[in-house]
Design a protein around this ligand. Structure first.
Ligand SMILES: Cc1cc2nc3c(=O)[nH]c(=O)nc-3n(C[C@H](O)[C@H](O)[C@H](O)COP(=O)(O)OP(=O)(O)OC[C@H]3O[C@@H](n4cnc5c(N)ncnc54)[C@H](O)[C@@H]3O)c2cc1C
Length: 345
């Protein structure tokens, strides 16, 4: 587990200097936001490049529905600031453990409302970052018209600290929905989504299918009644592992998983699915998750395991970088300064 902080730069210039230090010491570094996920990836005691001092809002333009924020700002603090203006960026984390804005981008993990709101990358207008070889870079623009060339913002989203250190992010905003409300079916029924108009979330647990509607309350109540839903609490999500695969492959994956878990030793696997997104959240023993990993990889997906105590790799072979990823990494981090060990843990 990585706990020590070697560098805590306060701005982009200090970040460049920290990377130069690391380079001259021949060291590779682990970029760290709040550590909520990083501390759950098996690791050593590598030098840490912390974004903790990159805090706060740089510019909020409520009339333009944009905010520019330093990457180390806690996402929930940003959400509170925006709420004072009746605005939000709907990419909040499923597990709120102090996540930073930079960490949200770097992991690209799907939030609870991704079905209705889109992916993390869809809300990113501009990213400023420092490449592994110490060059400040900026991708995207504060207005869509500013943008030409490749969409490097999307490349940085989900790069897990391997392509650059994100220092500043400009996000799109929207008004907070008037009255979001959760409903649920009596028994699991993922097909309920087809009977609803643009649900914000559809989440199936072993007991029920939960639906988040962000319509006007009267419309939401009418839709829910038509679809046979009743008011319910928000679902909870198992936090140990995330399976991601093509939504079309999800039913086959779930059927095979159920079969693999019908034996007594495999039974202890809890699964919550965001089926339309091809996502499953799992809790279970090391054996059950190892089996789930081989099933998901057979279906062309991958399993992220976030519990080092289980003795499983966090990323697994499904995350092995392909030739293009290797070439992009070589271009942005030619000396392998940024967590070159990332996909092997
Ligand atoms: C067990 C667990 C499961 C979770 N599952 C989900 C989920 O399914 N969906 C969801 O929405 N949220 C989930 N979260 C929330 C998640 O922690 C945060 O959303 C966020 O992705 C991590 O933010 P962080 O600042 O803690 O990043 P850290 O844990 O510090 O870092 C995570 C990764 O991002 C990189 N990184 C961080 N900051 C930067 C930066 N500025 N520049 C470049 N790279 C950077 C790190 O190098 C590392 O690879 C989960 C949290 C936990 C603890």
């Amino acid at each position: 587990m990585t706990t020590s902080t070697s560098w805590e730069p306060a701005d982009a210039d200090e970040m460049v200097a920290a990377l130069a230090d690391a380079r001259s010491a021949g060291q590779a570094v682990e970029v760290r936001g709040s550590g909520s996920v990083l501390d759950r990836i098996p690791g050593g005691d590598e030098p840490v490049l912390s974004t903790a001092a990159l805090d706060g809002i740089v510019d909020h333009a409520p009339e333009d529905l944009t905010v520019t924020v330093r990457a180390g700002m806690a996402f929930d603090e940003l959400a509170q600031e925006l709420a004072q203006h009746g605005q939000e960026c709907p990419i909040e984390p499923i597990v709120d453990d102090g996540a930073t804005v930079g960490g949200r981008l770097a992991t690209g993990l799907a939030g609870p409302r991704q079905l209705g709101a889109g992916r993390v990358r869809d809300w990113v207008l501009r990213v400023r970052f420092i490449t592994g070889d110490g060059h400040p870079a900026s991708a995207g623009g504060v207005t869509v018209k500013d943008v030409t060339g490749y969409d490097v913002c999307r490349l940085m989203t989900g790069s897990w600290g391997t392509l650059g250190v994100i220092t500043e992010v400009t996000l799109k905003l929207r008004p907070i929905p008037r009255q979001p409300a959760w409903f649920a079916t009596e028994t699991p029924d993922p097909t309920v989504a087809a009977r609803l108009y643009r649900p914000a979330a559809v989440v199936t647990t072993a007991e029920r299918t939960h639906v988040l509607l962000e319509e006007h309350p009267d419309d939401a109540a009418a839709q829910a009644a038509d679809a046979g839903l009743e008011p319910a609490a928000a679902p909870t999500f198992p936090a140990t592992a995330r399976a991601a695969l093509d939504p079309a492959a999800l039913p086959g994956f779930l059927a095979e998983l159920q079969h693999a878990n019908s034996s007594p030793e495999g039974a202890a696997l809890q699964v919550t699915a965001q089926g339309q997104l091809g996502l499953c959240h799992l809790d279970g023993s090391a054996d059950a998750l190892a089996r789930a990993r081989s099933v998901v990889e057979r279906h062309g997906g991958r399993l992220l395991v976030l519990d080092p105590a289980l003795g499983l790799a966090a990323f697994g072979s499904g995350h092995a970088p392909d030739a293009m990823t290797n070439r992009v990494t070589a271009a942005l981090d030619p000396d392998g300064r940024l967590a070159p060990w990332r996909w092997e843990r």
